[in-house]
Design a protein around this ligand. Structure first.
Ligand SMILES: [Zn+2]
Length: 385
């Protein structure tokens, strides 16, 4: 069995901050994390990470594309490129996310995900997909195409799920049948999430009672907080156990809003996401079309050529963590649960993913504390970067 020793590690894991630590990996599992001296006898590989951070591999449950590819392109290469780019960010588990498109296009995306897994998942692991839409509120489309918006229909989800597991669905709870839809999703093992929504607090509650506990890109494309109707933003602050996705690029949410969320909400119920688009991992000046609208990447921001509206994110997971650490001053050992462990718990992998601890799967990212870029990434104990 392959035995890897990772030494001189600064281990950052939920509630753990250890310097000069050694991590022993045997096969796919972590068998030891210690600050005591470890014999290198019998080790297949010894990796000296020279004091860099070693964190649980990031889990991104919301991302659409990278390197000019979008998961919804009818191109089998797209998911390979997305998973390759995500791995370079230190993401070891990813839910490729669809857009509001036709049922046929969703089936093609699911088939492409299946082919990626059948090819041995060479980059980040893909346990399932996230459907963002098509069951959203037409008035809160954001960058989604209103032409393909439709009412929640569990039959459609079941058809896609037959091809490849659906793990999450972002939909508007206020749409007809929205509360029952949450229950139907949970029955199938799918996480229902309120997103692209014009819901008032009262619209959310029937779905919440039916088990909905997730909010898609909290604050973006949802009803804002008002003192006579607190909307979905207010709901996120009022209801502690709503697992809120947050895009931490300091653009989708200003630094003060990030500070408000991370210091006032329970860290056990926040999940960092990238919501990155095909323009992530691309050079400045990259131009592309989204739903017929021209978008230009400039200064790391993807904006519509006409009007200048934000068209999506180019965020890397680790940079999101750095941004929140910078604006809140909160310790990394507290924040790091929002980049993987919270996701692992909600999606049912909490026994094996999201911690650098004995018994957990060796999905690890080594982060350079100066550049915040990953210098090594391990998946199932295998060094892939
Ligand atoms: Zn999205």
């Amino acid at each position: 069995m392959q035995k890897t020793i990772i030494k001189n590690a600064h281990v950052i894991s939920p509630d753990v901050d250890l310097v000069d630590a050694t991590i022993v990996v045997e096969g796919k599992k972590i068998t030891q994390v210690t600050t005591k001296k470890v014999s290198e006898k019998g080790a297949t590989t010894v990796v000296d990470v020279k004091g860099q951070y070693v964190m649980p591999g990031f889990i991104d449950v919301h991302t659409h594309g990278a390197l000019t590819y979008d998961f919804c392109d009818a191109d089998p290469q797209a998911i390979f490129k997305l998973a390759e780019a995500k791995l370079a960010e230190g993401v070891t588990t990813v839910l490729p996310t669809t857009l509001t498109v036709s049922h046929e296009e969703l089936l093609v995306a699911a088939k492409n995900a299946k082919a990626y897994v059948e090819a041995g998942s060479p980059f980040a692991k893909v346990p399932g997909i996230h459907l963002e839409g098509p069951f959203i509120n037409v008035k809160c489309c954001g960058a989604q195409n209103p032409k393909f918006v439709r009412k929640p229909e569990i039959k459609e989800v079941k058809e896609i799920n037959k091809v490849f597991p659906v793990k999450q669905i972002s939909y508007a709870v206020e749409t007809e049948g929205g509360a029952k839809f949450a229950k139907d999703c949970i029955k199938m093992g799918v996480v229902p999430s309120c997103g692209h929504t014009g819901a008032k607090l009262a619209d959310l509650m029937p779905a919440y009672k039916n088990g909905l506990r997730h909010m898609t890109h909290f604050c973006n494309q949802m009803t804002p907080l008002h003192h006579r109707e607190i909307g979905m933003v207010g709901a996120g602050f009022l209801i502690e156990d709503l697992n809120t996705e947050v895009i931490c690029d300091k653009i989708h949410l200003c630094p003060d809003m990030l500070r408000l969320i991370f210091t006032r909400r329970s860290l056990a119920h926040i999940q960092m996401i990238t919501d990155s688009l095909r323009c992530s991992h691309c050079k400045d000046g990259y131009a592309f079309s989204m739903g017929g609208l021209d978008v230009l990447l400039k200064g790391g921001e993807a904006r519509l050529v006409n009007g200048g509206n934000l068209a999506g994110s180019t965020l890397w997971m680790g940079m999101g963590l750095k941004n929140v650490h910078d604006v809140t001053g909160l310790p990394l050992k507290d924040l790091v649960r929002t980049t993987s462990w919270n996701q692992a718990i909600e999606f049912g992998w909490g026994e094996e993913l999201g911690k650098v601890e004995k018994g957990f799967t060796a999905d690890l990212v080594v982060v350079n504390p100066k550049s915040w870029k990953p210098s090594a990434v391990f998946v199932d104990g295998e060094q892939r970067i």
